[in-house]
Ligand binder design. Structure first.
Ligand SMILES: [Zn+2]
Length: 492
């Protein structure tokens, strides 16, 4: 693909290249798929609903993984690995859990040329297998808390799929913990919610709203589910991560007991929590523009691309200088791509790396070398300015920090401009018909009311912020006393 475009575009205008992406305003969903494909993040696989994550997309995942993994470990958790297959009988032990996941489960019925005595489930999530092992490993209060995490793939059979956002197989981390008391389990659930929020905001530059899910939207088998919700560029909400307080539901189903400090035998209190490769989709839809990806420096596989300007004997003059600069930046811990391919024009390279969202581009030609400077172009603002070669690594680092902060500020502003408070149902419907975004409204807590709002407007309760005050008025739809202030939106 790159090769054929190169032939067409060699010596041509970079603009022609970029029109390959459908404009965001014209068709957001088409734009998204174009960006995923053209930026070489992922491709479709021969199995419907599954995707191949290409190196550029996988490099983003590795950066997200590292950010999460270091924080998960720093907060006292250890990584382990549990198997892909779960005997069907284990999944059915927790009634709500099996009911919730049944429509999405894939089974293995044959192995080694023979029909299996018991069907195996390809894990849709791992509470059942963690629960089974925890029942073996936990005997005493001294074994608690047990704080494990695993990086794994899971399979949930989906009818409608979209790369990164909803795929039949996806990658994630799933934490599973067991505690002595209800309070500890609740504290763990919320601690992880904070951890996820911090990664989304400081690494992905994506603001999130923390809150509790309604009963109808909670995890199958959980006591309470909390989520973080972000607003995408088309005004739809995306659930970016969930943390569940499982109470004693799984402990009772899997018989996970321990001898307490007072010598009584008790069930543990559990939590589970996860974020997935969906976060890559979130980054694309939070920051991208009509020219393609816009990556926050913290998750950019290349934070800087150096494009040498081929004039005269550039390979003897410009190229060595470009390599020297690359080395300087790499030594300073910056991820750099030096695009020294001679079959592409600088214009073609500019458009290509813009499309792939590289935060900073450094152009260097004979004139820049004479002036001992480089020309720097920002992806977020498209501003261009000369930068002195002297102290370049420090000024590049400062610019990357500025871009990271700017992208976050921009996303906060976008979300705030599309978040409104309403208390009247006609106003609610009008808002949902118009420009999408978050609507904060009082809700009575009834599932019927929630379902009716969804039927009328397609909007669902994303969550109910923890800090939200209980509104004094009536529910936005039925006017019964409100129990919570809920954040509504159309969502992915
Ligand atoms: Zn109501």
């Amino acid at each position: 693909m790159t090769t054929s475009m190169a032939k067409n575009e060699k010596g041509g205008k970079p603009e022609g290249f970029v029109t390959e992406i459908t404009p965001r305003s014209e068709d957001f969903s088409r734009w998204y798929l174009d960006v995923v494909r053209r930026a070489e993040l992922a491709d479709y696989s021969p199995v419907k609903g599954c995707m191949v994550i290409r190196p550029y997309g996988y490099a983003m995942w590795e950066l997200i993984q590292q950010a999460l993994d270091s924080r998960i470990k720093a907060s006292g958790h250890q990584n382990a690995y549990f198997p892909l297959f779960i005997p069907e009988s284990l999944l059915t032990k927790e009634a709500e859990h099996v009911e919730g996941f049944a429509p999405q489960v894939a089974y293995v019925t044959h192995g080694g040329g023979e029909e299996l005595e018991e069907k195996l489930v390809v894990r849709p999530t791992s509470e059942a297998i963690f629960g089974t092992m925890y029942a073996k490993w936990i005997q005493s209060w001294r074994d608690l808390p047990m704080l494990l995490n695993q990086w794994a793939n899971v399979v949930r059979w989906e009818k409608v799929t979209r790369p990164f956002l909803r795929t039949t197989e996806f990658l994630w981390q799933e934490g599973h913990t067991a505690h002595e008391t209800a309070e500890e389990a609740e504290a763990e659930t919320l601690k992880i919610l904070d951890l996820y929020s911090e990664v989304c905001e400081s690494v992905l530059a994506m603001p999130v709203v923390q809150g509790r899910k309604s009963e109808s939207e909670k995890f199958a088998g959980a006591l309470r589910t909390y989520s973080i919700e972000a607003l995408m560029g088309d005004g739809r909400a995306l659930q970016a991560g969930t943390s569940h307080n499982l109470g004693q539901n799984f402990a009772k189903a899997f018989d996970i007991t321990f001898q307490a400090r007072d010598k009584s035998v008790q069930h543990v209190w559990g939590t589970s929590w996860g974020v997935t490769t969906r976060l890559i989709g979130a980054v694309i839809m939070t920051h991208g523009d009509d020219s393609g990806l816009v990556l926050p420096p913290s998750v950019a596989p290349y934070q800087v691309v150096i494009v040498p300007i081929p004039r005269g004997n550039w390979q003897e003059t410009v190229l060595p200088k470009a390599r020297e600069i690359q080395q300087q930046l790499v030594s300073a811990g910056i991820r750099v791509m030096l695009d020294d391919r001679d079959m592409y024009t600088p214009g073609w390279k500019f458009a290509e790396w813009e499309l792939r969202g590289v935060p900073l581009r450094l152009e260097i030609g004979p004139k820049d070398i004479e002036k001992s400077s480089v020309l720097v172009a920002r992806r977020d603002t498209r501003e261009k300015a000369p930068l002195a070669m002297d102290g370049l690594a420090a000024s590049v680092r400062a610019l990357l920090d500025e871009i990271q902060a700017n992208l976050f500020a921009r996303a906060v502003q976008f979300r705030d401009e599309r978040t409104q408070r309403v208390s009247d149902y006609d106003a609610f419907k009008t808002v949902m018909d118009g420009r999408p975004g978050f609507v904060i409204a009082p809700w009575c807590g009834s599932a019927e009311c929630e379902a009716q709002i969804k039927t009328d407007t397609q909007a669902t309760i994303r969550n109910m912020p923890l800090a939200g005050s209980v509104p004094s008025g009536g529910c936005v739809r039925c006017d019964n006393p409100a129990q919570a202030e809920a954040w509504f939106a159309k969502s992915y």
